[in-house]
Design a protein. Sequence first.
Length: 67
Amino acid sequence: MPDQEQAEVRLIVARLRQEHEDFDVAINAMIQTGCDQLRVQRMKKKKLVIKDRLSKLEDQIIPDIIA
């Protein structure tokens, strides 16, 4: 992967990590305030989608090393 492309992917990864953390904070706040469980579940699904995307991008950056 070229350096420019790798730098762009790293920026996306950093943004997604922050977004994932923001969702975590929001979900915890929703749970503490007694928010509707359906809304909490929807937020958790969105958080999981972000985590899956994050994992795929990190796999692109970190090459598999066969030991």
